[in-house]
Design a protein around this ligand. Structure first.
Ligand SMILES: Nc1ncnc2c1ncn2[C@@H]1O[C@H](COP(=O)(O)OP(=O)(O)OP(=O)(O)O)[C@@H](O)[C@H]1O
Ligand SMILES: [Mg+2]
Length: 302
């Protein structure tokens, strides 16, 4: 049995993703076994370290770690919610579904004891400006974990297969750190397969995304958003544990939202302004009308 001290250092190196030290320590474990006459065990351990018969150099390992950090740094953009979840206008069905998600996450250890997992893969769909991205970031704040929006420009690689590798890095990260990982406008990645204009790489990306969603055991949540639900591959759609619709606001919802937002912005509601805000098709549209008015007021007074 290797010394606990060596194992503790090995675990520490893995936790720190210091792969160079991890490899050295793993070799030390094998040597310890050999030194007490456990030759077969030592051989088996060394074999596990080099499954393809190739010994990776320490510098190659360090390079991997550097790449890993570079990909995460470029692709994960931390975001903070504009509003707390309680202030987001949600239909009762959506609110109840999200309350369940929150409760499952808070009781995830109990679920685990029962051989179950919290629902982690969520898809938010609906028209533009109705709260999908806002809710995703507000959920992170509600759970007390960071929210990262995935930057597709950093994920999509120039070389064949690179995008799939980058996706894997992101999902592995979601398995290590409790966080909300948001694939905003996932239709950009998850278009229907078989599009004749795309030369295979798009198909591979969608397949990779589906595999990651299926196998990832995220500590927090993985949320995808889209306002082009019909463009999403049906098989990708099935990989989500829960799909929530964010519909266009009703007249009553919009009236309450306009009243509240105008008050928060200190905008006086004249009839014409109110009518213009209410004509908007989305909360974001109404907010835009009111912010423009607030801006005008400040400039006029200024
Ligand atoms: N349901 C809502 N409750 C309160 N404010 C909202 C709501 N929906 C939108 N807003 C306001 O509009 C802004 C933009 O909304 P958001 O980015 O969440 O829209 P979206 O549904 O993700 O749109 P898109 O599909 O275009 O990305 C929010 O930051 C917020 O100020
Ligand atoms: Mg959005």
């Amino acid at each position: 049995m290797p010394k606990v001290k060596t194992l503790a250092k090995l675990f520490r190196a893995i936790a720190d993703r210091d792969w160079g030290s991890a490899v050295q320590l793993a070799r030390a474990v094998a040597s310890e076994e050999e030194s007490i006459g456990h030759r077969t065990a030592a051989q088996a351990l060394r074999g596990s370290l080099n499954p393809n018969g190739k010994v990776r150099s320490r510098s190659a390992m360090t390079e991997d770690t550097g790449n890993h950090a570079a990909i995460l740094g470029a692709a994960l953009q931390p975001v903070r919610p504009a509003l707390p979840l309680g202030d987001v206008v949600l239909r009762s069905a959506a609110r109840e579904a999200l309350d369940e998600v929150i409760l499952e996450w808070r009781r995830r250890n109990r679920l685990q004891e029962a051989g179950l997992r919290h629902r982690a893969n969520l898809l938010f769909h609906g028209p533009s400006g109705c709260g999908k991205s806002l809710t995703a970031s507000a959920l992170g704040a509600e759970l007390g974990i960071p929210t990262y929006v995935v930057r597709f420009d950093a994920v999509v690689g120039a070389f064949l297969g690179q995008t799939a590798l980058h996706l894997r890095e992101l999902f592995r990260h979601a398995e290590m750190e409790p966080c909300v990982l948001v694939f905003d406008e996932i239709d950009a990645l998850g278009k229907q397969r078989g599009n004749p204009l795309d030369v295979g790489e798009l198909d591979r990306i969608v397949i990779a995304l589906m595999q990651e969603l299926e196998h990832c055991e995220a500590q927090g949540l993985v949320i995808a958003t889209t306002n082009l639900a019909t463009h999403l591959d049906a098989a990708l759609w099935r990989r989500f544990d829960l799909t929530i619709k964010f519909p266009s606001p009703t007249k009553t919802e919009m009236a309450a939202y306009v009243r509240r937002t105008a008050k928060a912005l200190g905008v006086r509601m004249r009839k014409r302004l109110r009518a213009e805000a209410l004509r908007s098709k989305s909360f974001a549209g109404a907010e835009g009308v009111l912010v423009t008015e607030a801006r005008r007021r400040v400039v006029r007074e200024g």
